[in-house]
Design a binder for this molecule. Sequence first.
Ligand SMILES: [Zn+2]
Length: 340
Amino acid sequence: MGYWVIMAVIDEVGVRRRLRIMLGSDALVEEYITQNGYRIDVLKIQALRTEHEKPKPLHIEESGPGETAADDPIFSVFLKCPSCYLTSIPSHDLKAKSLQVLTDRFGMPYYRGTGRFKVVDYNLHSVTICPQCLYASPDKRDFIARDPAHAREVPARLHQGELAAILAGADDRATWILNQGLDVQRDLMARDRNPQSGIAAYELAIMRAQIEFDRNVPFSAFKMGGYTLKQATIALVNGLDPLPWYQKAMQHYLTCFERSNAPGFQYDGQILYLVIALGLRLGNLDVSGTYLGVLDRTKARVELANIDAQVQQTFDRWYAQAREIWADRENPDLFASPKA
Ligand SMILES: [Zn+2]
């Protein structure tokens, strides 16, 4: 079981190093080990940090005096890391119908108020991160959940080989976070992430998907494209230049298409649409024109293939959207943020 070999690598030195990441100071690491030994427990880590921390200013508006818990559009559940088995990892979800969700030309969500709930940019909260090994995903199905009805665990979707490889990359992710000047507990595990830590959270998810891609897991490049579009959206909403992320997203989708990483004509339609739209957004009409030609040839193949009616319908919808955005390419408001 190669998997247990890797687990055993997290020895006292490793525990000390991870505690240093999570606690942020050597003095706190010593205090933690004196109290709890070499066993990592997120709740105890958080308690120790809270004990030693000055209250920090919130990144979003402080709640007004009359506000109740019902006004918070976000609720939390606790999940288990499938990679290192750490438990009690907070994962934030949006309450149904609490905010209005508008989407842009890339299908990215923008959150607007409906009156009763506080407005938050859920894109900053959507990635769940394991603070011990920095395994990250915006999809809860990538974590181990509890099934309350049957009192048993719901396993994560990834296979053991991928999970072991992702665990082995923990130090790379920790180094990357430190190099960004970010602190795991303060910036990434905080209930309210700022734009920089929101973008970093998606970068950790991209690092996970990159390991999946290196092991030929289907849809890994497709996910990297989607995560990168989320980063672009966070940048855009917060007044940063989104173009570097749009550029990266296009590369991921091109790789995805060339390597058939997302098999199925419905995904071909979606990926080609996104490449064409991103080309227009980046002012690269050559790329958009080229892939419109590829889309036309794909359409001819779809018509000959005698495929499932639903797949056909989905492909046709992306095809129509691609034609529409291309026809509208001179419109200066083509990529304006969606309005209610
Ligand atoms: Zn973990």
